[in-house]
Design a protein around this ligand. Structure first.
Ligand SMILES: Cc1ncc(COP(=O)(O)O)c(C=O)c1O
Length: 419
């Protein structure tokens, strides 16, 4: 089901109410959770009409269009409409996790022999999907040396096209945890050039927008075909659910919904309901986490035991990454890394002294989380590859939350004393 948001409304307004019509639920101001696995048909004719609507795109019959919750359910419809509106897409598909969403894209849009160009570093789960799982099915991943440069992207494209077609260009910007930036418009331009060499087959450009979210960056507006978001993070925002979303043109998103039906990787009704509620406060949370992050990053940058931070707001205004970031995003997010003088010993001493910041992987929750990537999120990544992307033994990643910034800074200050 696709609904167009009313013209002229701001995203903050759409985040509150769009996608739910109280008249569909006896006037309830807030949507019910449709905790049912299946839907009763009022007649055999209705059942046939509902299936014609789902499978052939016929009009949804009067009296409801749901069949079975793996195919679709009202809470999923609501969250998909709202996410599409915020991502400025025609449609969205929501999955049971970020990885479920990304896996579906690769299964739908790649075939054996296809290459995937990707920015680097790329989220560990995606790295494993491309290099361990899909390479076993003949998919050929190619890293892009510098995703800010059209020349570097084209070099990777030419190397990939030497042995077969390119099916996808997968960009993560900013990247986890180094905050490397990729130029979305350049990726779109390269996809167009590739199409000329591939008899018109244009690779889809996907952008993982998990780190900034729809209130800071809308990749579709910069030429991406699909925006992918681990909704588990900022969009969910309370570290209490897992979900993934894909937004884009209806013609590109609809096949993902059909694939999701057979994979069974839809988001369940309760998590969809929680997520819809979370989106209402996403702009407020994004702004507060962003201002807290600037204060925490400033404290860390000036601390004598810290050698550097990846907070993107500190990048030189004239640097290519900053220029691209300012072109395609309106803020700097609130997840970044910082590096201590020393190595694992110093990092562990700091972590074990913290009282307010919580030590956990993941990011984007209301609480501030911190982890040591080399021994947690990137445990399975060989040291040489970690070092190459700037994840050293002294690097810590922090996802700044919504606490009072003075408490966060005081906690870090006392823990740094122990280093
Ligand atoms: C950038 C990025 N993309 C995708 C994912 C995968 O999301 P999920 O854990 O919901 O599968 C993550 C998870 O950390 C991530 O950080």
């Amino acid at each position: 089901m696709t609904h167009t948001p009313p013209a002229g409304l701001h995203p903050e307004t759409l985040a509150i109410g769009f996608g739910y019509d109280p008249s569909s639920a006896q006037g309830a101001a807030k949507p019910p959770v449709y905790l049912t696995s299946t839907y009763v048909y009022p007649s055999a004719e209705h059942a046939k009409a509902v299936h014609a609507a789902y499978f052939d795109g016929a009009p949804v019959p009067e009296g409801g269009g749901y069949i079975y919750s793996r195919l679709n359910h009202p809470n999923l419809d609501m969250i998909e409409q709202r996410l599409a509106a915020l991502d400025k897409g025609e449609d969205a598909a929501v999955f049971s996790s970020g990885m479920a969403a990304i896996s579906a894209i690769t299964m739908q849009y790649l075939r054996p022999g296809d290459a995937v160009l990707h920015s680097q570093p790329i989220y560990g789960g995606v790295d494993s999907l491309l290099y361990n799982t899909l390479s076993g099915f003949g998919v050929r991943p190619f890293p892009i040396a510098d995703a800010l440069s059209e020349d570097a992207m084209w070099t990777a494209a030419e190397a990939a096209m030497a042995d077969g077609p390119i099916g996808l260009i997968m960009i993560e910007t900013p990247a986890n945890p180094t905050a490397s930036i990729a130029d979305i418009a350049v990726a779109a331009a390269v996809a167009k050039r590739v199409a000329e060499k591939q008899n018109g087959r244009r690779p889809l450009v996907t952008v993982d927008n998990t780190f900034l979210g729809p209130f800071v960056q809308t990749p579709l507006a910069h030429g991406a075909d699909l925006t992918v978001t681990a909704l588990t993070k900022y969009c969910g925002g309370h570290s209490d659910l897992l979900a993934g979303g894909v937004s884009g043109a209806k013609a590109v998103v609809e096949p993902l919904k059909k694939l999701r039906m057979v994979l069974g990787s839809h988001l369940d009704p309760f998590s969809s309901w929680l997520l819809l509620r979370s989106l209402e406060t996403l702009p407020l949370r994004t702004a507060r986490a962003g201002s807290n992050a600037l204060l925490v990053a400033t404290f860390l940058r000036e601390h004598p035991k810290v050698t550097g931070t990846t907070y993107i707001g500190f990048a030189d205004n004239a640097s290519p990454s900053r220029q691209v970031l300012d072109k395609q995003a309106t803020g700097y997010g609130s997840t970044f890394s910082f590096t201590l003088k020393g190595g694992e010993g110093e990092a562990f001493r700091l972590l074990n002294k913290l009282r307010v910041l919580r030590m956990a992987v993941s990011l984007g929750g209301s609480e501030t989380l911190i982890c040591h990537p080399a021994t947690t999120t990137h445990y399975a990544t060989p040291k040489a590859r970690r070092d190459a992307v700037g994840i050293t033994d002294g690097t810590l990643r922090v996802s700044v939350g919504l606490e009072h910034p003075d408490d966060l800074i005081a906690d870090l200050a006392q823990a740094l004393e122990a280093v």
